[in-house]
Design a protein around this ligand. Sequence first.
Ligand code: PRP
Length: 178
Amino acid sequence: MPQGCADRVLITSDQIQQRVRELAAEIEADYPEGPIYVIAILKGSFIFLADLVRALKRKSIRIEFMGISSYGNAKSTSGQVKVTRDLDVNIEGQHVLIVEDIVDSGVTLTYLTRVLEQRHPKSLEIATLLDKPERRINQVRVKYKGFQIPDEFVVGYGLDYAEDYRNLSDIRVLTGIA
Ligand code: PRP
């Protein structure tokens, strides 16, 4: 498999940090006092999650993880999604904020919001660092968006290609892959 090249920076680490602070301020202003259940979708969201929750100032940020897998090749989803790691808390009556690294086709979030709505949270919103609207198949209502990006394959800041590049601190365009 070609390894590709990730030399071109699309969004710098400084730009990300600034935007994360803005998103956190919006979130703080929108929610009443009390807990927010932040649900991070593994694995890609882990760095965004870590920065976002540290920028939120209230004490009651409950951090939970879910695993979702979609079947397909390494670059795109097939449309078939399943939960591989579920929550171990009850979210009924709670304010729930899903944290994603990227919304691409929208298939993952359409499935996930359907699953979580059935558990009757008080509110259910989505925060994503990246939004790639050109690839959308399913429309999803995303309340907090970091950056809208063009239809290019991006890596870094949690996003991978074949599990590589997640550790980069900026978002880069990957070229030279099949
Ligand atoms: C990525 C990303 C989202 C999903 C978005 O996850 O983290 O969960 O794809 O794609 P969609 O809008 O087309 O459904 P991925 O399956 O690559 O797993 P990872 O987060 O573990 O890298």
